[in-house]
Write a protein that binds this ligand. Structure first.
Ligand code: NAP
Length: 260
């Protein structure tokens, strides 16, 4: 990570790209990272939301750039990374958090389009981001820290749809592979094993399958869903130099779901 930018924040002086920044965990992370001193680059498809959030962050004294795009398209991701480097000089960190899930049918009744979308957004999106971000970090030669959003569905069959479970398992695999390949060049790569968190994605799933609310909380030892900022706090720490010896990890932020 780059050196301190003169403030006292956890991420002071860093430039961090956040995908899925238009809502939920990504929006909470953008606000938190900026409050901790980072310049944040916001990526998602809903441009109006990104602009509003960037204005909000800037109005409270932070640095933010709205850079809309679709993570499934490598050209969009490359453009965002290029814009980041042009605007702020380097890319120090990334929170690859864009994701998509839907309430599902049993595997054999699931439409192939659900498989395609789950894999495209959750896995190919992270793939596209890793390629572009690692290239930029290698070019600057100052290392970096990347955090990918996986899920409890990345380590267990939670009852989510099979394509989502497969994609999130693969995100953890990609995370470990990238950590292993770039560890000696100063780039750390970690994943968050996120438990049920009260965001739009979950609210959408609950609208079509209200019975899942109980399933979302009963296995967690805290018996509740997370607020988005609680997940963002773990991402901030992993992006920061305080997590300097943590790489290749799949860190549970799940209220104890995977512990018991
Ligand atoms: N909420 C939970 O309980 C939970 C649990 C485990 C893991 N997660 C993971 O946490 C992450 C964030 O989800 P969330 O809960 O915060 O849900 P959310 O509020 O629905 O956020 C999803 C974000 O991803 C973005 N996105 C979706 N498709 C995209 C695409 N093709 N290109 C760019 N951005 C895209 C959305 O923005 P646009 O629509 O504007 O593009 C939105 O900002 C996801 O990876 C999800 O799988 C969530």
């Amino acid at each position: 990570m780059r050196g301190p930018g003169g403030g006292t924040g956890l991420l002071d002086g860093a430039t961090i790209m956040v995908t899925g920044a238009s809502s939920g965990i990504g929006a909470a992370a953008a606000r938190l990272f900026a409050a901790e001193g980072a310049a944040v680059v916001l990526m998602a498809r809903r441009e109006d939301r990104l602009r509003e959030l960037a204005e909000e962050i800037t109005a409270s004294g932070g640095k933010a750039l709205a850079s809309p795009g679709d993570v499934t398209d490598p050209d969009h991701v490359n453009r965002v990374v290029t814009e980041t480097v042009r605007t702020y000089g380097a890319l120090d960190g990334a929170f690859n958090n864009a994701g998509w899930a839907t309430a599902g049918k049993p595997l054999h009744e699931t439409d192939d389009s659900v498989f395609t979308q789950a894999l495209d957004v959750n896995l190919r999106g992270v793939w596209n981001c890793l390629k572009a971000q690692i290239s930029a970090m290698l070019e600057s030669g100052t290392g970096g820290s990347i955090v990918n959003t996986a899920s409890i569905a990345g380590v267990l069959a939670t009852g989510a749809t099979a394509p989502y479970i497969a994609a999130k398992h693969a995100v953890i695999g990609l995370t470990r592979a990238a950590a292993e390949e770039y560890g000696q060049r100063g780039i750390r790569v970690n994943a968050l094993v996120v438990g049920s968190t009260r965001t739009e994605l979950i609210e959408d799933v609950l609208k079509s399958a209200p019975h899942l609310e109980e399933a979302y909380t009963t296995r967690s030892v805290q018996r509740r869903m997370a607020e988005p900022v609680e997940v963002a706090q773990a991402a901030a720490w992993l992006c920061s130099s305080r997590a300097s010896f943590v790489t290749g990890a799949a860190v549970p932020v799940d209220g104890g779901w995977t512990a018991a």
